[in-house]
Design a protein around this ligand. Structure first.
Ligand SMILES: Nc1ncnc2c1ncn2[C@@H]1O[C@H](COP(=O)(O)OP(=O)(O)OP(=O)(O)O)[C@@H](O)[C@H]1O
Length: 246
């Protein structure tokens, strides 16, 4: 069953095209990696889905609900959460205050407490450090906090923009182990921007390769890492173009 449907969307920043006529379908419970070189439009795609940037045409649906034109808060209420690139943690606030950001308007105060307890169950280190300033956490712990905060709206679909950024490989392993465990426990659908095709192959899932705002390759992450599709995109030929010339 299709969880997320992106139909022929484009995103522009003034005259700069970032996403061009892109169509993508994500099935419920699926794990999809979006890869590709810098400037390919990966972040813009995620931002368009979460409502953070407007599309110039096309439409986006989740569970049949139209997301296009909705405010990010309304999209979050429908069950879609985003962990942004760079995490956007409030360093001067405590871990727990970071988790509570945005819950002030929730009427279900007891459910907020339960959600926080659930997050401490999933991330014991956050529970241990609940009173510490978030800025004092390690990079890996901050990534866990950003994921924990995204869980506070009880999403069914989580988008994560470059969870590996700036983290040592061992810590990246832990972040992905946690994401995969959460996916299993909560039946989540995951859409992840990941620069490393090898990493995506190791974690497993479907990989979508972007270049110039378009999808230029798609397949099982392990197969994609084996092929030269990624290199082709980096060096200027789409996989189809490469095949045509060999
Ligand atoms: N706020 C902005 N204003 C103007 N142009 C932008 C803005 N954000 C992104 N762009 C441009 O849009 C295009 C796509 O950028 P985007 O950040 O979506 O790509 P990306 O694949 O996520 O790259 P990276 O891996 O470097 O984050 C690039 O040409 C970029 O320079």
């Amino acid at each position: 069953m299709s969880k997320l449907g992106v139909f022929d969307i484009s995103v522009r920043y003034g005259k700069v095209p970032a996403v061009n006529d892109l169509t993508l379908h994500v099935t419920e419970g699926e794990r999809v990696f979006v890869s590709g070189p810098n400037g390919a439009g990966k972040s813009s795609l995620l931002k368009a889905i979460s409502g953070a940037v407007a599309t110039s045409h096309g439409r986006i649906e989740m569970d049949g609900d139209l997301l296009t034109g909705c405010a990010p808060e309304a999209i979050a209420r429908l069950g879609l959460s985003m962990v942004p690139e760079g995490r956007e943690i409030f360093g001067a606030l405590t871990v727990e205050e970071n988790l509570r950001v945005g819950t002030g308007l929730r009427r279900d105060a007891s459910a907020v407490e339960e959600d926080i307890a659930d997050i401490y169950d999933s991330f014991p280190i956050l529970g241990e450090r609940r009173g510490a300033a978030a800025g004092a956490l390690s990079g890996g712990q901050q990534q866990m906090l950003a994921i924990g905060r995204a869980l506070m709206t009880n999403p069914k679909l989580i988008m994560v923009d470059e969870p590996s950024l700036g983290l040592a490989p061992k810590i990246v392993d832990q972040v992905y182990d946690t994401l995969c465990a959460l996916q299993e426990e909560r039946g989540l659908t995951l859409l992840i921007v990941e620069q490393s095709s090898l990493r995506a192959a190791r974690v497993g899932g479907r990989m979508v390769l972007m270049r110039g705002g378009r999808i230029v390759g798609e397949g099982n992450a392990a197969d994609m890492a084996d092929r030269d599709a990624l290199a082709a995109a980096y060096f200027g030929n789409s996989p189809t173009e490469t095949e045509a010339t060999t």
